[in-house]
Write a protein that binds this ligand. Structure first.
Ligand code: NAD
Length: 508
C-alpha cells in the first residue's frame, strides 16, 4: 500500500517540484489524513524574504509597462497548465488540507475560473472620463499598476485564495510574493511549479517575462512579518484568523500600506417558518459539516423560527449521524479530518463551554482514533442553544453547528448581526418580503447575504469578503481588481488659457 507521503511525493514530482525543496528543509509538513510527515520543506528567513521582495520589485518595474492584454496571456497560459494538472493539484490539496476529493477539485476549478476572469479583465482595466468644469479641458481616471503584492494565505484554502489575488495582480501589472500557511507548504510548492511552467510556455511564445513575477516563501509568522513591514510592498492581502488580522492590519497601516483583510467568519442561516425545509436541510448540512467545518463561510449558526425549530433539528440530526467520516479521497467520504490536534482540542473546548452555557450537544466526539491515532477526525456536532451565549459568538474552526430559536424576523436578524464577525449569511424563505428585508439596509450586516442558498461556496464572479472583524476586504470578482491598481486623475488642458478651478483668480 502506498503511504500518504509517497502519494504526495508522486504528485509533487508530476507537477515538476524539485525534490530538494520538500526533503531537505526544516519545516515539517504533515498530512491531516493520517498525521504522517509528508515532507521537510525548505523554510525561508526574514532576510530571504527581503531579498525576494527586492527581486519582485525589480520584476514589477518591467512588468508594469507590458500591455495588460499581453499580461493576460500569461494568466491564460497558467489556466491551461492548471487544467492539465487539475487532478494532481486537487489530490494534493486533499492530502494536505484534508478536503474531500470533490472539494479539492472545486478548489482548483476556482483557480481556473479566476484565471479566465482575469484574462477577460486584462482588456477591461478601464477608468472614467469625467466632465471638466473648465473650457478646453478633459478630465479622466487611469488605473495603473501598483507594485509588489504580498499574499498571506490560510491553510483551509491553500491554493485558491492565492490564485484570487495573483491572477488579478498579474493582469493589473503587479508582481506577487506569497507566504502560504505553514500547514500547507507542499500545495504552495506545487502551485509555484505550475506557475513556472506557464511562464516557460509564455516565454517560448516570444513574450517577455521578468524573473520574479511571482515568488513563494514558506515559513511561519516571522517570514510573514518581514513581508508585512516592508515598504516596497504597497498591498498586503492577508487571509486567516482575526487574531492574525489584528497584528497584520495595524502594522501595514503604520507604514501607510494598503491592506486587504479576509478574516474569520461566524456565519448564520435563518430558517423561516415559510422555508422550503428540504432545501434548508441540505444547505445546512453542507455548510456546517462539509469541509469538516473548516471554511471561513461555514454555517456556524442556524436561527430557526420556533414553528420549524424542532422539526429542523430532528431532520438535521438524522443527516448528521449518517455523514461518512474518513479519508477525504475515499469514495463516499463527506467529512474529512480536522487539520491538527490543536483544532480538535479547540473543538472539544468549545463543546464543553456550550454545555456549560446551557447547550445540548449531539456528536462532536473523536472518530477513527484507533485507525489513525496521529490524525484528528471528529463527528460533526449539532448543538441546540437557549441563547446566543459567548461561545456562539466565537469562530471555532470545526464542524459545530449551534441552533437558536426566534419568533419575529427582526429578532432573527438581530441575532444574525449580533456577533463580531460579518462574512456570510443566508435566509431560507419563500416569502419575498422576508427575503428582501433580509437583504435590505436594515437586514444582514455581512459582506455576503444569500436567499435560499447556504452561506458556504461562493462563485468567483462576485466580490468576496466581509465586514467587522472579518476585516472589510473584498477580493476575487466584481471590481475587486481596483485594489491591485492605483488610481490617477489626469486633467488635460487643450485650450490657450489657464482657467483655475472654482473660478479662482490669480492674475500675474
Ligand atoms: P492563521 O491566522 O493561523 O494563519 C493564516 C496565515 O497568517 C498563515 O500563513 C500564517 O503563517 C500567517 N500569520 C500568522 N500570524 C502572522 C503574523 N503575525 N504576521 C504575518 N503572518 C502571520 O489562520 P489559519 O488557521 O491558517 O486559517 C483559518 C482562519 O482563516 C479562520 O479564521 C478562517 O475563517 C480564516 N479564513 C478566512 C477567509 C476569508 O476569506 N475571510 C478564507 C479562509 C480562511
Amino acid at each position: 500500500m502506498t503511504t500518504i507521503s509517497t502519494q504526495a511525493h508522486d504528485l509533487l514530482a508530476r507537477m515538476g517540484v524539485a525534490k530538494s525543496l520538500y526533503t531537505e528543509g526544516t519545516l515539517t509538513a504533515r498530512s491531516p489524513v493520517d498525521g504522517a510527515v509528508t515532507g521537510k520543506v525548505v523554510e525561508s528567513t526574514a532576510a530571504e524574504m527581503q531579498a525576494a521582495i527586492g527581486k519582485a520589485h525589480a520584476a514589477f518595474l518591467e512588468w508594469r509597462v507590458i500591455p495588460a492584454p499581453k499580461r493576460g496571456e500569461l494568466v491564460r497560459k497558467f489556466g491551461e497548465v492548471l487544467r492539465t494538472h487539475k487532478t494532481d493539484l486537487a489530490a494534493l490539496v486533499s492530502l494536505e488540507a484534508g478536503k474531500i476529493a470533490s472539494e479539492g477539485l472545486g478548489e482548483v476549478q476556482e483557480m481556473i475560473d479566476i484565471c479566465d476572469f482575469a484574462v477577460g479583465l486584462s482588456r477591461q482595466l478601464h477608468g472614467l472620463t469625467i466632465a471638466s468644469e473648465r473650457p478646453g479641458h478633459r478630465m479622466m481616471e487611469q488605473w495603473l499598476p501598483l507594485g509588489v503584492v504580498g499574499i498571506i494565505s490560510a491553510f483551509n484554502f491553500p491554493v485558491a485564495v492565492w490564485a484570487w489575488n495573483s491572477a488579478l495582480a498579474l493582469v493589473a501589472g503587479d508582481t506577487c510574493v506569497w507566504k502560504p500557511s505553514e500547514k500547507t507548504p507542499l500545495t504552495a510548492l506545487a502551485t509555484q511549479a505550475l506557475f513556472e511552467k506557464a511562464v516557460a510556455a509564455y516565454k517560448a511564445d516570444g513574450h517577455v517575462a521578468p524573473e520574479g513575477l511571482s515568488l513563494v516563501l514558506n515559513g511561519g509568522a516571522a517570514v510573514g512579518e518581514a513581508l508585512v513591514t516592508d515598504t516596497r510592498v504597497p498591498l498586503i492581502s492577508a487571509t486567516g484568523s482575526t487574531r492574525m488580522g489584528r497584528i497584520v492590519g495595524p502594522k501595514v497601516a503604520a507604514r501607510f500600506g494598503r491592506c486587504l483583510l479576509e478574516l474569520g467568519g461566524n456565519n448564520a442561516l435563518i430558517v423561516s417558518d415559510k422555508a422550503d425545509l428540504d432545501l434548508a436541510v441540505r444547505a445546512i448540512a453542507f455548510g456546517a459539516w462539509g469541509t469538516a467545518g473548516q471554511r471561513c463561510t461555514t454555517t456556524r449558526r442556524v436561527i430557526a423560527h420556533k414553528a420549524v425549530h424542532d422539526q429542523l433539528v430532528e431532520r438535521l440530526e438524522k443527516v448528521r449521524v449518517q455523514l461518512k467520516i474518513g479519508n477525504p479521497l475515499a469514495d463516499g467520504t463527506l467529512v474529512g479530518p480536522l487539520v491538527d490536534k490543536q483544532a480538535f482540542d479547540a473543538m472539544q473546548a468549545a463543546l464543553a463551554q456550550a454545555k456549560a452555557q446551557g447547550g445540548t450537544v449531539r456528536g462532536g466526539e473523536r472518530a477513527l482514533a484507533a485507525e489513525h491515532p496521529e490524525a484528528f477526525y471528529a463527528a460533526p456536532a449539532l448543538v441546540t442553544m437557549p441563547a446566543q451565549t459567548e461561545v456562539v459568538c466565537h469562530e471555532t474552526f470545526a464542524p459545530i453547528l449551534y441552533v437558536l430559536k426566534y419568533e419575529k424576523l427582526d429578532e432573527a436578524i438581530a441575532l444574525q448581526n449580533g456577533v463580531p464577525q460579518g462574512l456570510s449569511s443566508a435566509i431560507f424563505t419563500t416569502d419575498i418580503r422576508e427575503a428582501e428585508a433580509f437583504m435590505s439596509a436594515a437586514g444582514s450586516d455581512c459582506g455576503i447575504a444569500n436567499v435560499n442558498i447556504g452561506t458556504s461556496g461562493a462563485e468567483i464572479g462576485g466580490a468576496f469578503g466581509g465586514e467587522k472583524e472579518t476585516g472589510g476586504g473584498r477580493e476575487s470578482g466584481s471590481d475587486a481588481w481596483r485594489q491591485y491598481m492605483r488610481r490617477v486623475t489626469n486633467t488635460v488642458n487643450y485650450s490657450n488659457s489657464l482657467p483655475l478651478a472654482q473660478g479662482v483668480k490669480f492674475d500675474v
